[in-house]
Design a protein around this ligand. Structure first.
Ligand code: SF4
Length: 328
């Protein structure tokens, strides 16, 4: 078993995990709420190290990442568990209950990525940050072999482990669920300030970042909510792609499906401050294409997961020559 990083011993064989802002205190023999860590005799172990609950080859657009190697496929893997508790989670079978896993060592995972002609490894589906030690080890090996590392994450990680991880992360889609700290605390059991810090630090460290906001009627869809979210995203860079995605009722959560007009309205509000805004989980074509912010030229055309780069040549817009904000 691998000893966990970022924890402290409290005496009486108790430990406190310092990986994420939950800062869980665990008694001897106790498994963490994220299923990733266990206290055995006063030592905290990363019991999820290398334990894979899900593995697929996915298009980058599915993450969603629209400005990072458009149209390319990436090996996508997940641990079992999560450090939040969204009551409407679509992946609850692998995030909120224990599920069967299979051990795959870091070097074997890198071999699988190369054998599948993947451009890298994406840590996704559940909450990858609870796989901290495994991502560090696998990510280092992946970089040595010329592969990229991508996170799809809720952004819930403390500052010190985040700094250790950043050099190995090339791109991330971070879920920014709301700008209301109470929504984070009461509804999804998370910490808004931590998520904002993660997004800011990723941008400062040169990670390619895209932000996703699941619009839930009655919870985060007022104009005021949208404006605060857009202002924050603009403050880290108005070239940061923002994806509004449609919510569907799930697991008895009390909100109705997001109306299409709500998504369109959010799109229009966000476009006043941001260069790239998208609408996901719904078939609105103009909401998934990428246009040049200078001249309006169609740069990347998307139809579900079919992607065509149509208006980019040598990293520039074919019409006006503006450098595109896309990692090709
Ligand atoms: S990573 Fe898991 S064990 Fe550690 S503080 Fe977060 S939820 Fe608790």
């Amino acid at each position: 078993m691998i000893t966990a990083k970022y924890y402290k011993q409290l005496g009486d064989n108790m430990v406190q995990c310092k990986l994420c802002p939950n800062n869980c205190v665990l008694k001897d023999g106790e498994l963490s709420l994220c299923f990733g860590r266990k206290n055995e005799g006063g030592t905290l172990y990363a019991v999820n190290y290398g334990e894979v609950v899900s593995m697929h080859m996915d298009p980058m657009e599915k993450k969603p990442l629209y400005h990072f190697h458009p149209g390319k496929y990436i090996l996508s893997i997940a641990p079992n568990g999560c450090n939040m508790r969204c009551p409407y989670c679509q992946n609850w079978e692998i995030t909120q209950v224990q599920a069967p896993t299979r051990y795959i060592a870091p070097d074997e995972m890198v071999r699988i990525a190369i054998a599948n002609e993947s451009i890298g490894i994406c840590y996704t589906y559940s909450e990858p940050l609870i796989w901290f030690e495994y991502i560090l080890d696998t990510g280092k090996l992946a970089h040595e072999r010329g592969l990229v590392n991508v996170l799809v994450t809720n952004g819930m990680i403390n500052a010190d482990p985040l700094e250790e991880l950043l050099p190995y992360i090339d791109a991330a889609n971070v879920d920014l669920k709301s700008m209301d700290p109470d929504f984070y605390r009461k509804v999804v059991k998370g910490n808004l300030d931590t998520v904002k810090h993660t997004i800011k630090r990723m941008k400062e460290a040169g990670v390619h970042v895209e932000v996703t906001n699941l619009m839930i009627p009655g919870y985060n869809d007022r104009d005021e909510d949208i404006k605060r979210l857009v202002e924050f995203v603009a403050s880290v860079g108005d070239d940061t792609p923002l994806h509004f995605t449609r919510y569907f009722p799930y697991r008895g959560f009390d909100a109705p499906m997001t109306p299409i007009n709500t998504l369109k309205h959010a799109y229009e509000l966000a476009k006043q401050q941001l260069k790239y805004v998208y609408i996901g989980n719904v078939d609105i074509l103009e909401g998934s294409n990428t246009y040049c912010p200078e001249c309006g030229n169609l740069l990347v055309e998307r139809f579900f997961y079919s992607t065509q780069v149509v208006g980019v040549s040598a990293g520039k817009c074919t019409k006006c020559g503006r450098k595109v904000d896309i990692v090709m």
